[in-house]
Design a protein around this ligand. Structure first.
Ligand SMILES: C[S@@+](CC[C@H](N)C(=O)[O-])C[C@H]1O[C@@H](n2cnc3c(N)ncnc32)[C@H](O)[C@@H]1O
Length: 196
């Protein structure tokens, strides 16, 4: 997998959370094996994930949403530097506003925004997802706090509750088929919207 080490090291030195490479590698393989062409990413940060996907897969288009203006501006510059502005469309917007108002549909949604909101985003995301499409959700372990391997820190309680509710819903809803890869990265969920 081709990665941009400059963007990666910028993220690491400036405390910008970026997707782990094993997770991105899995995501890219999934996009190509599923022949996913239209992608939505929730949480752009500085564009590391979107640029890696655009560079390493046969997808046709990526829409990606970031609420933080500084990160959005850096992502925009990174996308331009990679000549990917025709393939990656960046939105500086709250993800909930985007998914509530979006009229497009997607083959694959990469869910990597605010973790506590996954459960609230889910109904909107399912409307935007084509039948047989996939949601790949990152950080389902949240560093071991979801799995109970480390204690839940005070400020994280609501977020962990939200993540647990997301996992419970996607693994029990009969219209969805979900596999949770606990040992991949920080825990990755793959949810397919099945044809009923
Ligand atoms: C883990 S980072 C995304 C990393 C990115 N997917 C990558 O692979 O490089 C999560 C991002 O979600 C953004 N975010 C948080 N709340 C958001 C919201 N309500 N709407 C859109 N983006 C949000 C954060 O600012 C942060 O940059």
């Amino acid at each position: 997998m081709k990665i941009d080490n400059d963007i990666k090291s910028y993220g690491n030195t400036h405390n910008v959370p970026i997707t782990l490479d094993d997770t991105l590698c899995f995501l890219c393989k999934t996009i190509d094996s599923e022949q996913s062409k239209q992608i939505l990413e929730i949480g752009t940060a500085i564009g590391y994930g979107a640029i890696t996907i655009a560079t390493n897969t046969d997808c046709e288009h990526i829409d990606t949403v970031e609420v933080d203006i500084d990160r959005y501006n850096i992502a925009k510059e990174n996308v331009l530097n990679h000549n990917l502005n025709d393939k990656i469309m960046l939105y500086n917007q709250d993800a909930l506003d985007y998914i509530k108002n979006c009229k497009k549909t997607y083959d694959l949604i990469y869910l990597d925004g605010p973790k506590g909101q996954y459960i609230n985003y889910l109904p909107y995301l399912l409307k935007l997802l084509k039948t047989n499409g996939i949601i790949v959700a990152d950080n389902l372990n949240f560093h071991g706090m979801v799995t109970g391997d480390i204690p839940i820190s005070r400020g994280c309680r609501a977020m962990i509750k939200g993540l647990k509710a997301y996992i419970e819903t996607v693994t029990t809803d009969s219209s969805l088929d979900t596999i949770i890869h606990k040992n991949l990265g920080d825990g990755v969920g793959v949810t397919r919207k099945i044809n009923q």
